[in-house]
Design a protein around this ligand. Structure first.
Ligand code: ADP
Length: 273
């Protein structure tokens, strides 16, 4: 609390009066602290690949310029680092766009199955390279949902990418979806699940995974091309859709991430009863 004392002049009997105001500054401080931390983290994340790039430019301006093999290798690394900076900037822009509006404006109903197919196509090369199979197995008769198509595509992309990055080579990733009928206190929804067989996550990390830049193993995440923002973006998008996001994991076995989206017409169904 911040306390301010103001002289309020004498009372009717001439005694000195003080006016005390108490302001709760904890929340404001915390928000400010988070903003400062975020900028520091983002700058650090951008500076790392930039330093690598600067180092290799210097090397290539020196003796390495004559060495064909070294030049190829260095340019390869520089390309990867530039890619990392570009992904990071894309993720930072996504986050700020998503944070601008608290909720998704009502849109038309969308079908999820075409999005599942899109994600499978986009990630096909990476899946093949790691001998992975993406099993798309939604329940039959999945109802449409109220959602922003591009944002849900990004959620699916981030979750399947994580399953790819942290799952074991040669295993399958299962992308499922089911309808959750309306019950008292909850409208009808669709639950989408991404399940991998992989290293899993120790329980103490679970509550912090959706924080920006939080990683279980930073160097591993970097090596896999991660930005540390994927799950923060997912959580924001799902909250904006008034959906629920859940993550459960068994160390050494795998991870299961699920989210819900409101069924199109699900509310009316409840009202009609
Ligand atoms: P990153 O870009 O580092 O993957 P995310 O925000 O997507 O960032 O995930 C945060 C961290 O959560 C990851 O660095 C990783 O440690 C952990 N994680 C996310 N998904 C999985 C998964 N499917 N299996 C194991 N660990 C995961």
């Amino acid at each position: 609390f911040r306390v301010r004392a103001v002289d309020a002049g004498p009372d009717a009997r001439g005694a000195k009066r003080l006016l005390l105001t108490f302001t709760d500054i904890t929340q404001a401080r915390l928000t400010e602290r988070m903003r400062v931390d975020f900028i520091a983290n983002a700058s650090h994340e951008l500076r790392t690949p930039l330093a690598t790039l600067a180092g290799f430019i210097e090397t290539l301006q020196g003796p390495a310029a004559e060495d064909e093999a070294a030049r190829h290798r260095f340019l390869d690394i520089m390309g990867r680092e530039a890619g990392r900076m570009s992904r990071l900037i894309d993720d930072l822009l996504s986050l700020s766009r998503i944070e601008l509006d608290k909720y998704v404006r009502p849109q038309g109903a969308i079908d999820l199955e075409p999005l599942f197919t899109d994600v499978a196509k986009t990630l096909a090369m990476r899946l093949d390279a790691d001998e992975r199979q993406l099993i798309v197995a939604p329940h039959a008769d999945l109802p449409p949902v109220i959602a922003d198509r591009d944002q849900i595509l990004q959620v699916l992309h981030n979750l399947v990418s994580n399953a790819l990055k942290y799952g074991h080579s040669g295993t399958a990733i299962v992308l499922g979806a089911e309808r959750l009928p309306a019950v008292a206190g909850r409208d009808a929804a669709v639950r989408v699940t991404v399940q991998d067989q992989g290293e899993g996550i120790a329980p103490e990390h679970l509550p912090r995974l959706t924080e920006r830049f939080y990683r279980v193993d930073t160097s591993r995440s970097r090596k896999m091309g991660g930005t540390g923002l994927g799950l923060a973006i997912v959580k924001h998008i799902i909250e904006r859709h008034r959906g629920q996001f859940e993550l459960s994991s068994r160390q050494g076995e795998g991870t299961r991430v699920s989210f819900t989206l409101p069924e199109a017409g699900g509310r009316r169904e409840v009202a009609e009863g």
